[in-house]
Design a protein around this ligand. Sequence first.
Ligand SMILES: *Cc1c(COP(=O)(O)O)cnc(C)c1O
Length: 498
Amino acid sequence: MNMYYRSTRDSSLKKTSAEAIVAGISTDGGLFVPEEIPSLTSAEIKAIAGMSYPERAAAVFSKFLTDFTDAELRYCTESAYNDKSFDHASITEISHLFDGTYVLELWHGPTCAFKDMALQILPYLLTTSMKKLSIDKKVVILVATSGDTGKAALEGFADVEGTSIMVFYPEDGVSAMQKKQMTTQDGKNVSVCAVKGNFDDCQNGVKAIFTDDSVKAALAAKGQVFSSANSINWGRLAPQIIYYISAYAELLENGDIAEGEKVNICVPTGNFGNILAAYYAKRMGLPVNKLICASNANNVLTDFINTGIYDRNRDFHTTISPSMDILISSNLERLLYIMTGSDALIREWFGKLASEGRYEVNDDVKAQLAADFAAGCCDDAATKAAIKEIYDKYSYTLDTHTAVAVKVYEDYRKATGDNTKTIIASTASPYKFGTAVLEALTGSAPEDEFDKVDKLHELSGYDVPASLDALRTKAIRFTGSVDRDGMKAFVLAETDRI
Ligand SMILES: *Cc1c(COP(=O)(O)O)cnc(C)c1O
């Protein structure tokens, strides 16, 4: 059976997965969703435990990307998930934190954050999709980043045949470590440029270039075409479903849970991609009780899940868990489309979001939210306290994002008495957010990035990720910076060079 994809804002649109991945976003502004949610049997979950991670990924993909052949899926999953890119051949790791509470570590990839789980495979899904559609062009990926996504996209696309990638970051808007990670990036087909401005300047600049007909024409003349590695691409969401199924299968195999036993899944959430993937896994048939959505001080999702009212008219907070500093969670649109099946309701609600910054869902959706989800939030002080508490009690060092999830989970468990075994998604290595983690553990942090790494190594006992360690001596390759007005000329020049 073939699986087609619909736009959340136009149900009459029908695309194959390859078409949806190449397009990224639908021309009506909607997101692509599979028209049906495939099922997963208990026997399939058991079988997955005996497979390698690339095999598990191919097995799950085969239900969603039905236009891909088995050989194509294996090529994609084996190219992405291997021990050259990830520091464990198992790709993800599960740690038992306390009392039926497990941490699913999704940060063993090249950039030490969970974005690698999708961005390592997206280039292969994208280039394979292009081939399948007989689009014989080189794909040029443009990324505007506030830090983490840029590096993860660079690592994913570096030296992938048939692609090139350019990343723009705000000159003074990323950490010293993030800057070093990006400006030392290897690869023949990569380019990195600072922008004299903030993240919005970078993002608006990239959007303007994407839609500039003269740039598109110039690219077409060179046999090139733009694409994006944006988090709303189905090719970034689908890979995230895999690790929840994989983790459940492992717990089952290890005897930590019984066949059919329900677990909770708690996810530190920003754009709603990661937790939506867990929702897909639940709807496929993975035994899941509650999905617990954890937010930092930017708690728009907490309020939404608890009241059914989404209201972005509120202050934006800059926190120590910056990857969750978001007021508009794009992937929520997919959830609401699945729950309502109505493109008209999505157009109405997201039209209101655009014009008034606020919408309220209907009673049916409110009931579904209450049945499947729980939500909570915590501020920076509580996040730091959680890092210290878990370190002192269990000798486990959390990063700031995962700490938000642990704190929200502890609050949930206290408030509800729900002792269902729980998987907490851990989205970054503590080394990535060393300043805040060290402040939580010791009250202060050294100035120099590598002194932080050394101190954290001493305290946590965790191996320093090889990719971060290598940065100590790595030469800077990209020193350029441009005004926002200079981004277009930069792109045109670089498409000749890389
Ligand atoms: C991107 C990110 C998140 C948020 O994930 P969403 O899919 O956007 O909800 C959480 N933690 C870290 C470390 C991230 O990089």
